[in-house]
Design a protein around this ligand. Structure first.
Ligand code: AGP
Length: 598
């Protein structure tokens, strides 16, 4: 994880990097640091906590700086472990995103070097220093890189040179160019406020910028002549507006985000650009994703199997490549990721691509790594999602998956053209239905007041609503730190029922669908053991109201559309419970928006 930012130019580099790190804070926010070159010396500022708390960005003046915002992997969040890390002589400073897997081995070998932190990164600065005893600086850097195992995007500052060296292997790195100014960052979003001229640095590439910039492949030595691409994306400074948190704002943005996503897909027909030869041999869809995106994949599985009769497997991206998956060119691999930078998802995609699968990705961030390694990308048009807990990314991912499943359904002749049209009409109504649900916000807040001091919660649903139970539980865990589990409702009797007592709130998704009667029986089972029940029910269902402690109604809708609707009250419930507990909702402890380490 972590975000890195570097700048050389006529502006105050410290201030540019300081603000660049704020744009990258979604990648980690437990500590930060900046190294600036001033009169042949490297000055460093390191702080535990979020960027900029109690710090004057103009207090340091320099034309060249590198910085880092951290999500701890090796070593607790502290000033000592915050990057940049230095060589013994303080001449080499390094910031790093990724993990150096053989750091213990290197550390043990570097006899005589004094290490100041518990991080894996620090070995890089010492290793360069060691090689500089025999080689010139650039050669020493290349030699050191040759020893590193794992993934890295690095920026290196040398107190004796007005330059930054940056390299990439496995972790993202993007270069922004502007007249006499050079910017380096972990993603393009952090560069767009400065320039739209972007160069994506690829694995094993090194960028050196001093008076100009030069790129080489640090393994082969080959010079790279890559022109900047002009990115036609606007920098949208996100603010919370009238909302107290981004999470709440983003929950409310869902109707618009879904509308935009649907018209993006229909408008340019991207879903339909899967090559005929891929479609004709397709015999299996494999979906890879993590966290909330994985939950979207589970819903997609139901839709694709049901509408198109194509077998689907949904895999945790992090598990996928460690069990030798059976993948060939007859597989369509669907990768789902809000950020497009999740390391586990990228690793799974690489594995599938190497085995010949066609890579179809659903992503929210333009120009992200996932979009550049995929054969076809469909963008969700959710806009920047700032809250660490994913909300609008989820429902826009569902929108694309729903349309994709209808597309397959028609192609495979399981659905007729008119059935597809009818189902698309159901989807078009979703934004209005979500807006209706959001009007019940007050009721959700009242329910939250009854449960915010609890320590546990169970979320139960069946069929299409089982992934929504998982998602509801994940939302609660992430933002409120209450332990919550999602289960298929019918599984409760196989174990979790032992947990039920008067202190266990159970959230049932009991909307009217084919499993309704069975779910009602599960509700009875919980009530007869004194559990507290909050039910999500279809508008007008008065029976459920008589059986449970609280009901939240959702508009009646086609069974296949329900996941779009049932997830909304659960997002709100997690939000209000966390708010009442005084949690830091947009940046929950220990988390980062984008998980860029495996
Ligand atoms: C969701 O609320 C989480 N913060 C997390 O599970 C997230 O969905 C997961 O890390 C995947 O991220 P991605 O969609 O950017 O790949």
């Amino acid at each position: 994880m972590c975000g890195i930012f570097g700048y050389k130019g006529m502006k105050n580099s410290f201030s540019v990097v300081f603000n660049g790190l704020k744009d990258l804070e979604y990648r980690g926010y437990d500590s930060w640091g900046i190294a600036s070159l001033i009169d042949g010396e490297i000055k460093v500022v390191k702080k535990t906590g979020k960027i900029g708390e109690d710090f004057d960005e103009e207090s340091v003046k320099s034309s060249i700086s590198i910085g880092h915002t951290r999500w701890s992997t090796h070593g607790i969040p502290s000033d000592k472990n915050a990057h940049p890390h230095f060589s013994c002589d303080k001449k080499i400073a390094v910031v790093h995103n990724g993990i150096i897997e053989n750091h213990d081995e290197i550390r043990a070998r570097l006899k005589g070097h004094k290490f100041k932190s518990d991080t894996d990164t620090e070995v890089i600065a010492h290793l360069i220093e060691e090689y500089m005893k025999k080689y010139d600086y650039k050669e020493a850097v290349v030699k050191a890189l040759g020893e590193l195992e794992g993934s890295f995007a690095l920026m290196i500052l040398n107190s004796e040179r007005e330059e930054i060296i940056a390299v990439r292997r496995g972790s993202p790195l993007v270069l922004g160019v502007k007249k006499e100014e050079f910017f380096l960052a972990s993603d393009i979003l952090a560069l767009l406020r400065h320039t739209k001229e972007i160069i994506f640095v690829e694995d094993d590439e090194m960028v050196i910028f001093n008076s100009g910039f030069k790129m080489i492949n640090f393994v082969s030595g080959e010079v790279i002549d890559r022109k900047p691409e002009v990115m036609d994306i606007d920098f949208n400074e996100s603010d919370k507006g009238a909302f107290s948190h981004f999470m709440l704002k983003e929950i409310y943005e869902q109707p618009k985000a879904i509308e935009k996503t649907i018209s993006g897909v229909n408008g340019n027909g991207v879903v339909f650009q899967i090559p005929e030869k891929v479609l004709s041999r397709l015999n299996r869809v494999v979906i890879v994703a993590c966290g909330t995106s994985w939950h979207a994949g589970l819903v997609g599985e139901y839709w694709i199997e049901r509408f198109a009769g194509i077998p689907v497997e949904v895999e945790y991206a992090s598990e996928f490549r460690y069990r030798k998956p059976i993948i060939d060119e007859n597989v369509l691999l669907v990768a789902i990721s809000q950020s497009g930078e999740t390391a586990d998802t990228l690793a799974a995609v690489k594995e599938a691509k190497d085995k010949g699968a066609f890579i179809f990705s659903i992503c929210n961030v333009f120009g992200s790594t996932l979009t550049r390694v995929s054969d076809l990308v469909v963008y969700t048009r959710a806009g920047a999602e700032i809250g660490v807990a994913s909300t609008k990314a989820f429902t826009t991912q569902l929108s694309v998956l729903y349309l994709l499943s209808l597309f397959f359904g028609e192609k495979k002749k399981v659905l007729t053209g008119s059935e597809v049209e009818k189902r698309k009409e159901f989807l078009k109504k979703v934004p209005v239905q979500i807006a209706e649900i959001l009007k019940n916000e007050k009721k959700v807040r009242e329910i939250a007041e009854n449960y915010y001091l609890d320590k546990n919660a169970l979320y139960l649903g069946r069929g299409l609503n089982f992934p929504i139970a998982l998602e509801g539980a994940l939302k609660l865990k992430e933002v409120s730190y209450i332990h919550a589990e999602g289960y298929p409702a019918a599984e409760m009797k196989h174990g979790p029922i032992a947990l039920i007592d008067k202190d266990m709130p159970v959230v049932f998704i009991a909307a009217k669908d084919k499993t309704y009667e069975k779910v009602m029986a599960n509700i009875e089972e919980v009530k007869s053991r004194k559990g507290k029940v909050i039910a999500l029910a279809s508008e007008g269902d008065s029976i459920v109201a008589g059986k449970v402690d609280h009901v939240l109604y959702i508009p009646t809708a086609d069974h296949f559309i329900l996941p779009f609707l049932t997830v909304i009250p659960l997002q709100l419930l997690a939000y209000y419970i966390a708010d009442l507990r005084g949690c830091e909702i947009d940046k929950p402890r220990n988390l980062a928006k984008s998980v860029t380490v495996e």
